[in-house]
Design a protein around this ligand. Structure first.
Ligand code: 4IP
Length: 153
């Protein structure tokens, strides 16, 4: 399938396994018409797929706030996070960290274009993170609660 956009970003672990700790990994991202796929970065000649998001499952693409230090993320200085909310077997948010602000804007716009025909797009989102107990943005204690902020466009 044709590549729409590709590049390095740092991703936050999605907590698919309940007992793993949150961490951040640098990955090579490839956006096609139907998927956002991420690969490991060990061998650029022979990249191994680590995971993918089915774009039809995406309900929000927004800038985000990450309660993490640059050291934890593995980036020096400012970082530019955004989020991809989607529903598959559970509710997930993939937090991604772009290399700079224009790159973040471009990833958000490109992903939104790829998802523009989704029927499940939402009008609100949580700018903070789900800690397992509450949202850091609004302190709400339901993971599936409506977002506390209106989506931008
Ligand atoms: C892993 O940590 C990686 O961050 C995985 O990301 C991530 O999976 C795992 O979270 C997390 O436990 P270790 O490598 O230290 O084991 P990647 O697949 O990019 O390597 P996700 O789901 O984010 O792909 P879980 O809880 O989601 O499995």
């Amino acid at each position: 399938e044709k590549t729409v956009k590709e590049g390095y970003m740092v991703k936050r672990s999605q907590n698919k396994k309940v007992y793993t700790l949150v961490n951040y990994k640098r990955r090579w991202f490839v956006l096609t018409k139907r998927f956002l796929i991420y690969y490991d970065t060990d061998n650029e000649q022979k990249r191994k797929e680590k995971g993918r998001v089915d774009l039809s499952a995406v309900h929000s693409i927004e800038a985000a706030v990450l309660s993490a230090t640059p050291e934890e993320i593995g980036i020096q200085g400012d970082f530019y996070p955004f989020q991809l909310g989607y529903v598959s077997d559970d509710y997930y948010i993939l937090y991604l960290v772009a290399l700079n602000d224009p790159e973040r804007t471009d990833w958000i716009q490109t992903l939104r274009r790829a998802c523009s025909n989704n029927l499940n797009l939402r009008t609100t989102f949580h700018p903070g993170n789900w800690t397992g107990k509450k949202w850091t943005c609004c302190q709400r204690t339901s993971k599936t609660s409506d977002g506390c902020k209106l989506c931008s466009n």
